[in-house]
Design a protein around this ligand. Sequence first.
Ligand code: DC
Length: 218
Amino acid sequence: MIVVIDGPAGSGKSSTARAVAHELNIQYLDSGALYRAVTYLFLKSEQSLPAFFESLYSAKLSFEFGNEFQVNLNGEDITSAIRDPKVSAQVSTVAAMPKVREYINDLMNNAVQQDVYIADGRDLGTAVFPNADCKFFMIADLETRAKRRHQELSLKGLQMSYSEVFAEIKQRDRLDSTREKDPLKKADDAIVVDSSTFSFDEQVQYIVSRIKETITIE
Ligand code: DC
């Protein structure tokens, strides 16, 4: 059983999906983190496409959800490393590669067979899980999203100015929504949640109640 939340960078979908997963005691899958993990590999391959695809097909990429969403690559925990600004700057380019999308989609499709999941991303309701049991599309204006992301990065001690964060998110919005393969798009049957009009707790409770109206979780 799968619930999806799509939306642009900084709309609050990851933190919301994680809180909903804890509240409902279900699994959380952060698809952006998987694209970031693959981008980490791309940077390690020094951006050479043949070397990158070779390392991708032999990679052991796995994830688990405990307190947070943890990503492991070839036995190394790369959960923090994938949040590096160098990864953020390249991730939309790497995520636009059809072979990368196929690789991640297979990984996610295999994972969600086993349990009840809430997953967040860009194209989950439209391309990856078109038959998801419940779909949400989270939005917020660009300034709100940039402010949130800037605050998150500052708390982690990463040095990026507000205007750099704003420009990076704006550029990712453009690349993610205009790419040819499975762009960021609201599914026709997704419920829109504007996170700039809710407090965090309100939006979590709203989503929890809509899920409970739609599906039964044991
Ligand atoms: O959720 P995030 O900002 O960590 O995602 C990082 C990037 O991954 C995002 O800019 C585009 C890509 N992505 C994607 O193309 N499709 C998804 N389902 C999730 C993320």
